[in-house]
Structure formats: C-alpha cells, structure tokens
Design a protein. Structure first.
Length: 279
C-alpha cells in the first residue's frame, strides 16, 4: 500500500489512526484489493504452477521442516528448483503446497504480518498466535481455493513457552490442526507420511530427523510424479530447515548435498528404503 504524501507532506489519516495490530486487517479496511484472495480472476480455466510435497518432524530440542523443489503445471514440470520453505520469523517457518504464485505471496504477507505485530505491540506473537494468524489468511483465500487456486501450507516453529518444536497443518478453509511427531502436505503427502510413520521415533537426534525428512521426500518422489527427488546431475537438493531455541537455520547447499547423496547411496542397496531399526 503506497501512501501519497506529495500534496500535504503528511501520511494519510489511516496510517495514524490507532487500530488492530494486524497488518492484514489494516489492508482489509483501507486497501482490500491488495489481498491475494480479493483479486478478480480471469475468465476460464487458470493454469498455474503448483508446488508439492512438504514434510516436518519434531525431535527433542526442535523441529525440522523440508520440501522438494519441483513445481508442476498439469502434466508438465514447470520448475525444477522452486523454493517452498521460508522463515516466517526468527523462530518459525512455513512450507507451501498448492498454487505457487499465491503461496509465495501469502508467505510474504505472513512475514509482514508477524513483523508488523512485533513493531506495534513491542513483543512477538506466541507460536499458537502465529498459527492462528496464518489460519485466518488461508480462510481469506477460500474464494480462490474454490476455483482451484488453493494454498495449503505446513507451519512449524519453536514454542518458547513449552520449550519444544511444534507442527501445524491446515486445510483450504483455514482449519488448523496440531500434528504430533511428524506431518506432510501436498500431492505426495500420503507417501511421505507413510514413510515417516515407519521410521519416526520421538528420541531422534537432529541429524536423524533431517535424514528422516529426506527419506520421506525420496519416497514421495518415488510414487508421486509431481514431487521431485534429489537431482544429483543438476545438483538440486531438497530444502531442509531446522528450528530450535537458537532460531531458524537452513541447511547449506553443501549440507543438503551430503544428506541427499547419503540417502540416494543407501537406496542403491535398499531401493525401498531403510527399516526403522536402520535409520
């Protein structure tokens, strides 16, 4: 929203009037057309790239959130190296599945929403509060979701009050559920969830948890054509992030490469993946 200050040299009254600490509410009142869910769609069928599978798993001391890199449009690969996992703030992250353009825009708006709240209130939202704000934003996109442009993210973060990592999943109506242990969303989620169900343990180390999510993405790519597995030739690897009491950290390209190559090398011996006792 651009403030026109040229004629008076002052900000419009809307910017100076006390109100909600929500930036989304501010836009709804003063510039609703800027919200993704309020935009008018063109007539006919809209073809847009879609991002798929996102996975998450908790471990003592934090939570891991990861995503593959493929975006599809119908039966075509629209992009091989899309980014689907983003920091929401210092202690939380969001992974996107669904219409790629809308999802990225929603993430940016969510980041701004959390930053705006912190500046207005002088404190950060609780992890529960962040999850609720994201739920409201997804609900605001319901009109577009009903026309096939859905955004279904996975939200994870470190809960400073409870001192543990937590995961929240959503449906297209904004319905929110807390997931315990592990979760997945996107077209390959059923295969990723099945993989994690066999391999997950509550006492995983951080290294084992990152290995677990890459194993799950590999299994999803093995059965879902819209999910991309590690691409060793193009050097495109899953995005893996870790959130602990020290904050958000994304694994470097080198770390992701070593992790992905380790998983693919082991799959040469065990194509269907490791058993729980061998993780």
């Amino acid at each position: 929203m651009e403030a026109n200050t040229r004629s008076t040299g002052r900000l419009p009254a809307a910017f100076l009037t006390p109100g909600s600490s929500s930036f989304v509410d501010f836009l709804s009142d003063h510039s609703p057309g800027m919200l993704p869910g309020n935009r008018k769609l063109p007539e006919g069928v809209v073809e847009a790239p879609h991002g798929t599978t996102i996975v998450a798993a908790t471990f003592p001391g934090g939570v891991v959130l990861a995503g593959d890199r493929r975006a599809t449009m119908g039966n075509m690969i629209a992009q091989r190296d899309i980014e689907k996992v983003f920091p929401a703030d210092e202690f939380s992250a969001v992974g996107i599945a669904g219409t790629a353009g809308l999802a990225v825009e929603m993430v940016k708006l969510f980041q701004l929403e959390l930053e705006h709240f912190e500046k207005v209130e002088g404190t950060t939202l609780s992890l529960e509060g962040k999850a609720n704000r994201l739920s409201t934003m997804i609900r605001g996109n319901l009109g577009m979701a009903m026309q096939g442009l859905a955004v279904v993210p996975l939200f994870a973060g470190w809960d400073e009050g409870k001192e543990k990592g937590r995961i929240f999943s959503y449906d297209v109506t904004g319905g929110r559920s807390e997931e315990h242990g592990f979760a997945a969303t996107g077209s390959g989620s059923i295969f990723a969830r099945g993989s994690m169900k066999k391999l997950y343990r509550p006492d995983l180390t951080e290294e084992q948890a990152t290995t677990l999510v890459v194993q799950a993405l590999y299994d999803a790519a093995d059965d879902d054509s819209a999910t991309g597995g590690p691409d060793l030739y193009r050097k495109i690897f899953p995005i893996v992030t870790v959130i602990t009491d020290e904050g958000f950290r994304r694994l470097t390209e080198e770390e992701s490469s070593v992790l992905a190559r380790s998983v693919t090398d082991r799959r040469l011996e065990q194509p269907d993946g490791p058993r729980a006792a061998l993780l």
